[in-house]
Design a protein around this ligand. Structure first.
Ligand SMILES: [Cu+2]
Length: 279
């Protein structure tokens, strides 16, 4: 019997939770799930019973029924209590994950932009803070182009070390990661199933997204908003790394960015003694 019931237990379909607030959300989901299952069997049970009891039979005549106040008041009040109860119960976890006021102090801050069909990330680089860009200064939105999606101001020295990542990102374990998400075109939804994070990103504004992972590994980011023909391909991988591995990776990226922006050494004069190509 247990085996048969477990087939219907869709809660086991959840991906592994790696987020500090994930268990609270899973508990909320489980409560709503079990209430829904109970109401499903109750209503369809009653429906089936009525179908059999009041089936068409010779000698039985149907009659018109004009409502019952007690039944109507009951089916209004019970769902009201149920929804108000779920609302009150879920208020704290909703505020914790979604309210701007409850976003924790970032250990790591990353900007993310959705576009048809991919994700671009901006890290604040060696100095740990963003220079002037479309997030830190609304007026820098004018600088946003296809090659400079975050509207980085090349005149601002603090912007020079801010580096981009395409369709992948990395975060440290046991750290408050705060992301500011927006879109370059249409609505997308930034969905980290293992992190229990889902947030629509909207062009023209920046949404707060935060989480704290307690387990290292490689996980998936998916777009959860049907955003066009290539929606299915709008996915990326991200890694949750130990603090040491993350710092090592970040140092490597910082060195890479510094090398790329260093003035190029003057090219050596062409070697005139080189053998001419033989014909
Ligand atoms: Cu999308």
């Amino acid at each position: 019997m247990g085996d048969i019931l477990s087939v219907f237990d869709m809660l086991s379909w959840f991906p592994e939770n790696i987020s500090t607030f994930g268990q609270e959300l899973d508990d909320l989901f489980a409560i709503i799930y079990y209430i829904s299952v109970a109401i499903f069997f109750l209503t369809f049970g009653i429906l089936g019973w009525f179908l059999v009891k009041y089936r068409s039979r010779p000698g039985h005549k149907g009659y018109n029924y004009h409502g019952n106040n007690i039944v109507e008041v009951t089916w209004t009040i019970l769902p009201t209590i149920l929804f108000a109860g779920i609302g009150l119960y879920s208020d704290d976890i909703w505020e914790k994950t979604k309210y701007s006021k409850r976003v924790p102090k970032p250990d790591v801050e990353i900007l993310v932009l959705g576009k048809t069909y991919g994700w671009t990330f901006l890290y604040p680089g060696a100095d740990g803070k963003f220079g002037r860009n479309a997030y830190t200064d609304r007026t820098a939105r004018a600088l946003m182009t296809a090659t400079n999606p975050f509207g980085k101001d090349p005149e601002d020295p603090a912007s020079a070390d801010d580096f981009m990542m395409e369709n992948q990102f990395r975060v440290p374990v046991n750290a408050n990661v705060v992301m500011r998400g927006s879109s370059q075109d249409v609505l997308h939804s930034f969905f980290l199933p293992h992190m229990r994070v889902k947030q629509d990103v909207v062009p023209g504004t920046w949404m707060n997204i935060w989480y704290n992972a307690f387990k290292t590994g490689t996980y998936e980011l998916a777009c959860a908003e049907l955003c066009g023909g290539g929606h299915y391909s709008m996915r990326a991988e991200y890694q949750v790394l130990s603090k040491a591995d993350y710092d090592k990776w970040l140092d490597g990226k910082v060195a890479e960015v510094a090398a790329a922006s260093a003035p190029v050494a003057e090219a050596p004069a062409a070697d005139t003694t080189a053998a001419a190509p033989s014909n």
